[in-house]
Ligand binder design. Structure first.
Ligand code: GRF
Length: 207
């Protein structure tokens, strides 16, 4: 039986949709996307879930007395679907110990910069303002820090002289949609372990 993936999102949901597209076209051998949870009632991801027939839930932080209670509600919802992998797709909150302890090395995030450069909000703007000549995206395991966990996949794009935050973001987003699917496929289909903070794929020969 395929392992179940739960997706957490706060907004537009284009990474969620890209993963669904990969799933529906047979890209993943071992997983299926079981549910979506959003923490914003207006999240575009909800409409995508409806279009693809994925069960979706809205859980608002303000309806819970603590972050722990909020994350327990998320965990309960994920349990209803037998979820063993959690994918953050534009989920705008730091993950706390309740979820981290329940899914050790089983929560993935995507960030629109080449970490460890430019963590946090507005990564594309940070990259432009810094003046880097390449940027990209990073898929990583989630730990208790902000965009600090072990790196699974990175893809890079050029930063062009006339780039705006919008044009650079669009170029990176195209790579995000590929990188996320490849990273999720890799960690669910290939043998790996984390050495220090390095994700080592054991079917890859060491140089
Ligand atoms: C993406 O740029 C992702 O890297 C970041 O948030 C954005 C979400 O976009 N974490 P979308 O909701 O997947 O379209």
């Amino acid at each position: 039986m395929k392992q179940k993936v739960g997706v957490l999102a706060s907004g537009r949901g284009s990474n969620f949709e890209a993963l669904l597209h990969h799933e529906r076209t047979g890209f993943f051998q071992n997983i299926e996307i079981a549910c979506l949870i959003v923490d914003q009632p207006q999240a575009g991801a909800l409409e995508i879930a409806q279009r693809y027939g994925v069960p979706a839930y809205t859980l608002l932080r303000k309806d819970f007395s603590s972050k722990e209670a909020f994350e327990q509600a998320i965990a309960h919802t994920l349990d209803l679907h037998g979820v063993s992998w959690v994918v953050l797709a534009g989920y705008m909150r730091l993950v706390g110990p309740t979820l981290l302890d329940k899914y050790p090395q089983r929560i993935l995030n995507i960030h629109p910069a080449l970490l460890p450069s430019f963590p946090g909000l507005h990564a594309q703007r940070q990259a432009l303002e810094y003046g880097v000549k390449v940027s990209g995206c990073t898929v990583h395991f989630v730990d208790s820090g902000m965009d600090t966990g072990p790196i699974i996949v990175q893809r890079c794009v050029p930063v062009l002289p006339n780039d705006t935050e919008e044009t650079l973001s669009a170029r990176i987003l195209e790579q995000e949609h590929q990188a996320y699917a490849h990273a999720l496929k890799a960690v669910t289909e290939r043998p790996w372990r984390i050495e220090g903070r390095v994700v080592r794929f054991l079917d890859e020969t060491k140089e």
